[in-house]
Ligand binder design. Structure first.
Ligand code: IMP
Ligand code: MG
Length: 184
């Protein structure tokens, strides 16, 4: 029997549910105020943003459109592939509208740079970035995060939408994955 998959006991809490709730409320208040009277299109980067985005848009208090984009950056490991490709594009016409890209975590920066470059020529009035988490220690590309939730240490984190090998997204809090003890 293989022991290479991490178990729940190998996760340590990094961001609690109450900190997540306070953070989402703070971001929603700021974004809701900034986009009042504008034509907001919230664009989630799948799959990692789905829980954060669902919580965020319900607290904005302004009308908006929701769409998603799917890109592939990570394979099944914890290292960035550095080569990002578009798997599924928007179905919304964003011409003349205000796009807010919503990402779970910015690590090396390759994924959000690819997405922001992709939207640069789409005719939107504005394109901004909201990220739940930032791991600046591993940055390889310059990224301006217009709305940031919190900074996390250089650990691989899971839960609240964030995955390892597509697992742990459902956890309501954010945990660091302990890399040791996975193999025997
Ligand atoms: P980047 O291109 O290196 O900035 O990686 C960004 C993407 O990798 C994000 O969309 C996440 O899905 C994923 N990622 C980066 N760090 C983590 C992490 O600690 N946990 C889970 N996913 C991560
Ligand atoms: Mg991911």
């Amino acid at each position: 029997m293989s022991h290479s998959q991490p178990q729940l006991t190998e996760l340590s809490l990094v961001i609690s549910r109450s900190v997540i709730e306070q953070t989402v409320a703070r971001l929603a208040a700021q974004i809701g105020a900034d986009y009042r009277g504008r034509q907001l299109v919230a664009v989630g980067i799948l799959k990692g943003s789905f829980i954060f985005m669902a919580d965020l848009v319900r607290q904005l208090g302004i009308p908006l459109e929701v769409d998603f984009i799917t890109v592939s950056s990570y394979g099944s490991g914890t290292e960035s592939s550095r080569s990002v490709s578009l798997c599924h594009d928007l179905t919304t016409d964003v011409k003349g509208k205000d796009v807010l890209v919503i990402e779970d975590i910015v690590d090396t920066g390759h994924t959000v740079c690819f997405v922001l470059e992709h939207f640069a020529a789409c005719g939107a009035s504005s394109v901004r970035l909201c990220a739940l988490a930032d791991k600046p220690s591993r940055r390889e590309r310059g990224v301006k995060i217009d709305y940031l939730g919190f900074t996390v240490p250089d650990r691989f984190v899971v839960g609240y939408g964030l995955d390892f090998d597509n697992k742990f997204r459902y956890l309501p809090e954010i945990y660091a994955l302990e890399q040791h003890g996975g193999q025997d």
